[in-house]
Design a protein around this ligand. Structure first.
Ligand code: GLP
Length: 264
């Protein structure tokens, strides 16, 4: 397959956040205009903080009616009992989304909180069928882990799984790898490894790759290594984000000026 992955290098984090928010805004407006609805896949992480602030500002200023927007988040941590962690857990991605995006939207826009979806650890694969039944994702926003993961699809050794099987992985519960726990402890838990749950429920590769359009954002120097491998057109389960090389409509917007500390 031809390499149709697009790349856009930007000056800094602020520019990345502005351009990304505009692209997401335009995609949402276009879908709402054409079919009165959009299914959008959303990501958490430090990378997205300013993107969401900009996006909320754009919607609030434009007064767009958001009653046709459904959001599907990529992942959530799972506790020792095998349930999604509660929204009052300070690392909860549901809490992150509420604080950093949903609550910023003016209620006049009529975005329905009942249209917010997360994978559920009790029945992860239902997420794939629910999304397929809803008509699949029109757009997916992605960050990238320092080890190249997307959502919580962690790298797997190339001799343990073929790329085709990797690309077909369903939504499921995963054990987080050591680097992910360390990174997330540093970025979100005051460097305390014990505060980061060891499991998560993630949207699978298959549903991500079925999205009509994918935007991946990167802004940390630590993400340069996986990005360089993808630039060399290396597709491997060892760098999950490299699967975008075989997606029909993906773009990576990147810079590397953000420091690896929580920034509110
Ligand atoms: C977590 C999430 C990913 C996210 C990654 C990067 O591991 N599961 O979906 O892309 O963090 O986060 P950050 O933006 O903080 O670098």
């Amino acid at each position: 397959m031809n390499n149709i992955l697009k790349w856009q290098k930007v000056k800094n984090y602020n520019e990345m956040s502005r351009i990304a928010a505009k692209l997401i805004f335009n995609t949402i407006i276009k879908n709402l205009k054409i079919k009165n609805k959009i299914n959008i896949g959303l990501a958490t992480g430090n990378t997205m903080l300013k993107v969401y602030r900009n996006l909320a500002d754009m919607f609030n200023n434009s007064g767009t009616n958001l009653s046709g927007m459904a959001t599907y988040n990529l992942d959530e941590y799972v506790d020792n009992e095998g349930n999604n962690i509660y929204i009052n857990h300070n690392l909860s991605y549901a809490l992150y989304m509420k604080n950093n995006f949903f609550s910023l939207l003016n209620p006049n826009l009529e975005f329905k909180f009942s249209n917010i979806f997360f994978p559920d650890a009790i029945n992860p694969e239902k997420y794939d069928t629910d999304i397929a039944d809803a008509g699949n994702l029109d757009f997916q926003l992605l960050g990238i882990g320092f080890n190249g993961h997307i959502a919580f699809n962690e790298p797997l050794p190339a001799d343990s799984i073929s790329i085709e099987k990797f690309k077909a992985l369903p939504s499921r519960i995963v054990e987080l790898n050591e680097l992910t726990i360390k990174t997330n402890a540093k970025l979100t838990a005051g460097n305390n490894l014990l505060k980061v749950p060891q499991k998560a429920v993630t949207m699978g590769m298959a549903t991500i790759l079925k999205a009509e359009k994918i935007l991946l954002l990167a802004c940390f120097p630590e993400q340069t290594i996986p990005l360089q491998m993808i630039k060399k057109n290396m597709i491997s389960p060892e760098i999950p984000a490299s699967c975008l090389l075989q997606h029909k409509n993906s773009i990576i917007i990147y810079t590397s000026d953000k420091i690896t500390l929580t920034e509110k």
